[in-house]
Design a protein around this ligand. Sequence first.
Ligand SMILES: CC(C)(COP(=O)(O)OP(=O)(O)OC[C@H]1O[C@@H](n2cnc3c(N)ncnc32)[C@H](O)[C@@H]1OP(=O)(O)O)[C@@H](O)C(=O)NCCC(=O)NCCS
Length: 211
Amino acid sequence: MTSVRSIFHLRPRRAGVAAKSKGKGGAAEACVEIVPMRRSHLKSVIAIERRIFPSPWSLGLYLSEITQPATRAYYVACVGPDVVGYAGMMVVVGEGHVTNIGVAPEWQRHGVARRLLLKLAAEARERSAQHLTLEVRVSNAGAQALYHEFGFVPAGIRKNYYSEVHEDAIVMWAHDIHTDAYRLRLEGIEARLRPLGPPHGAGQAPALPEL
Ligand SMILES: CC(C)(COP(=O)(O)OP(=O)(O)OC[C@H]1O[C@@H](n2cnc3c(N)ncnc32)[C@H](O)[C@@H]1OP(=O)(O)O)[C@@H](O)C(=O)NCCC(=O)NCCS
């Protein structure tokens, strides 16, 4: 089992991606769409990548990944014209290996990664994968919580896997994703999805009392 991603890292949030605003106090109702990653998305993907990972993937690496559709599946999450997140997976011999997942800081904790993982898990099932696997930084508790929701359990440690930050990786697996039990898990996650809400730091004015 190999992983393309070598660093998973969280940084402070930053504002900047626009969203449609409406309603009292400027509450926004953003609509997220998960679509296959295309060449035209890569500039935005790389821009997010540079904000959230200390060793961002290059354009060439993404191009190489998205031009191998037989064994790869890459998606972006879009809010209107803006790419706000992305995720990818390699599927070989009955296993889906999640290689990358990232969400723009201002859109984190809105369920974007959850939606992306739902897509990857569904696609892995369609491609007859029986298991999903990934690596995650030992200190990345937020991502681990997300993966637990999808049935991933720790299977071991890869020492100094993220050598740039001298950190170990936890190897996680979600088994038997082809079963009805796992389908029900995905349906449950999907049923609990909430609307996206406004991005962090969208600049909306605080709600004023109606006079
Ligand atoms: C990890 C990451 C992809 C999560 O994306 P996200 O869109 O914010 O995740 P979601 O909003 O879908 O979160 C789903 C659940 O995961 C857990 N979770 C996600 N981020 C969390 C955090 N920072 N702290 C605690 N729990 C977190 C929560 O249980 C959350 O559900 P809740 O918000 O209803 O409590 C995002 O924080 C990111 O891009 N981080 C930088 C890159 C990275 O670490 N990638 C993962 C590498 S393994």
